[in-house]
Unconditional design. Structure first.
Length: 488
């Protein structure tokens, strides 16, 4: 069943953004692992975009791919208790930095932390944080105005913007702003030092088996922890100033026995929020800018909506429900380039799906990269068509087929936060600017922890004024120049 019907026949004029070459047939296990070490996106064969549920073996470990709404619902919703544990690779990669933080814990610790942290960034709290989002976007707007006509790296700019937003939200406007740069540097150094695939875990060796961690990584962790401890201590001294911030709510949070979070737990949870809530939204914004630059019809509709809803005033949270096309563009960007393109889990209990035994200890994957481009679920799966997500079409999409924020009890705790942030930032900036890809630049999606354009996204800033759908006369770089397109 297709979740989106369009009258655009194949050969439609909609833009097909780049994706890596697909393998003609399934590779050997070793080759798949070697490719995955370089880039998760490149390890898939053509047929993987048709599969619904499959089973294979990676050395000592059995692996299962859930690639249909039914199997995703089974694993992440109905049997979440059995598949809630993150894969050993992910725990190994993030545990030095995040300890028992919500993102990588499971069982009782996860339940307790989820109850304490999720309500603080829940949809009901967005009203407190939306002004911070818009203020940071306005500062970016002023910076871009000064850069008009020149080239900026939109990936770096988006990362700076979302880092400001998450730091100010978590630690309060002043403290967050003061520490944002240091925290970003620490986390991005960490990301460079960790190995994407822990081969020891794929081999099926147990958690206690010694794994090597570089001195650089350990030093890096110490530095990040020191910065987080320092900023948390400063925030505690200011806790009485009444400024809305996540950390003030975390100081007040209590578990079921009435106990507050201790120093380490506070550090772990603020680390989780920064890590989970910074790069994901930054990548979403960067991809959105790229897609808009290649689809002038979509861009014109966006401008028409912004002009009609906002005129020349800055958006507020109250405008978000009216920005339906803006939202559809962001959701389509999240479909084509899900920032977290692979969701790996370890089975902590034996289960069975349609007669197939899933033993305890096996690895199970939900892969938004595959699911969001699945040929049985989407018409023109590789095309950029935001209309899929307009309210009249949206309900045809199964919530288990579109999972940029995951699904089930472990769904992203900041999903509404992230989506609202992306809409408000895009609206504030697209009101005033069009961005154009630097001529000759090749865009290549790559996944190392998150999915982003490899080597950044150089684009030129063109100011636009109210009612000018095509402020820039520069033509978008045609998709055909990109060697990674295979479905023109
Ligand atoms: C567009 C932006 C975002 C995307 C695409 C995204 C996506 C995700 C995904 C896929 C997961 C589950 C990962 C897994 O199961 O392995 C997740 C978890 C999480 N996200 Fe987000 N996220 C975004 C923004 C945010 C923001 C802004 C915050 C915080 C303010 C946040 C906080 C969290 C937390 C705390 C978790 C762990 C939840 C748990 O394990 O119970 N995310 N996110």
């Amino acid at each position: 069943m297709s979740v989106f019907s369009t009258d655009k026949a194949p050969g439609s004029t909609a833009f097909v953004p780049p994706y890596p070459p697909r393998l003609p047939s399934p590779p050997s296990t070793l080759r798949r692992i070697l490719i995955a070490r370089r880039d998760f996106l490149e390890m898939w064969e053509e047929q993987a975009f048709d599969l619904e549920f499959s089973h294979s073996r990676m050395f000592l470990r059995q692996t299962f791919l859930c690639n249909s709404p039914e199997s995703v619902q089974f694993a992440f919703s109905q049997k979440n208790g059995s598949f809630q544990r993150k894969s050993p690779q992910m725990r190994y990669a993030l545990e030095p930095l995040l300890g028992d933080g919500l993102f990588i814990s499971d069982g009782r610790t996860w339940r307790t932390r989820r109850k304490m942290v999720a309500p603080i960034i829940h949809v009901s709290k967005i009203r407190e944080f939306a002004p911070i989002m818009v203020q940071a976007a306005i500062e970016t707007r002023d910076r871009w105005a000064a850069a008009a006509g020149s080239s900026i790296d939109v990936l770096a700019e988006s990362a700076k913007l979302t880092a400001e937003i998450i730091c100010r939200t978590v630690f309060g406007s002043q403290l967050g702003h003061n520490y944002a740069e240091q925290i970003v540097r620490g986390f991005s150094d960490y990301q460079h030092s960790i190995d994407q695939i822990d081969v020891t875990s794929f081999l099926g060796l147990p958690d206690w088996f010694p794994r090597w961690r570089s001195g650089r990584l350990r030093k890096n962790v110490r530095q990040i922890h020191a910065v987080l401890d320092e900023v948390i201590a400063s925030a505690r001294k200011r806790a009485s100033d009444g400024e809305p911030s996540v950390i003030n709510h975390l100081f007040e949070a209590r578990d079921e026995k009435g106990r507050p979070l201790n120093r380490k737990a506070l550090r772990n949870e603020t680390g989780v929020l920064f890590m989970a809530g910074h790069e994901t939204t930054a990548n979403t914004l960067a991809w959105t800018w790229y897609l808009l630059s290649q689809a002038s019809d979509v861009e014109a509709k966006l401008h028409a909506e912004l002009d009609a809803v906002l005129g020349s005033r800055t958006p507020t949270l109250n405008d978000v429900p009216q920005l339906v096309y803006t939202r559809a563009i962001v959701e389509e960007a999240l479909r084509l380039y899900p920032p977290v393109p692979i969701l790996p889990r370890e089975a902590i209990k034996e289960e069975e799906f349609h007669g197939v035994r899933i033993p305890k200890g096996s690895l199970l994957f939900v892969v938004p990269w595959l699911l969001h481009r699945h040929r049985k679920l989407w018409d023109l799966p590789d095309h950029f068509i935001p209309e899929r997500f307009l309210p009249e079409n949206r309900e045809k999409i199964s919530k288990f087929a579109y999972v940029p924020f995951s699904i089930g009890p472990r769904i992203c705790a900041g999903a509404t936060f992230g989506l609202t942030e992306a809409i408000l930032c895009l609206a504030t900036l697209a009101q005033k600017f069009q961005l154009r890809l630097k001529p000759g630049h090749t865009v290549k999606p790559v996944c190392r922890l998150t999915l982003r354009p490899e080597g950044g996204l150089p684009m030129t800033v063109h100011p636009r004024t109210l009612g000018s759908p095509q402020a820039s006369t520069e033509t978008p770089v045609p998709a055909a120049v990109c060697p990674f397109n295979h479905a023109q």
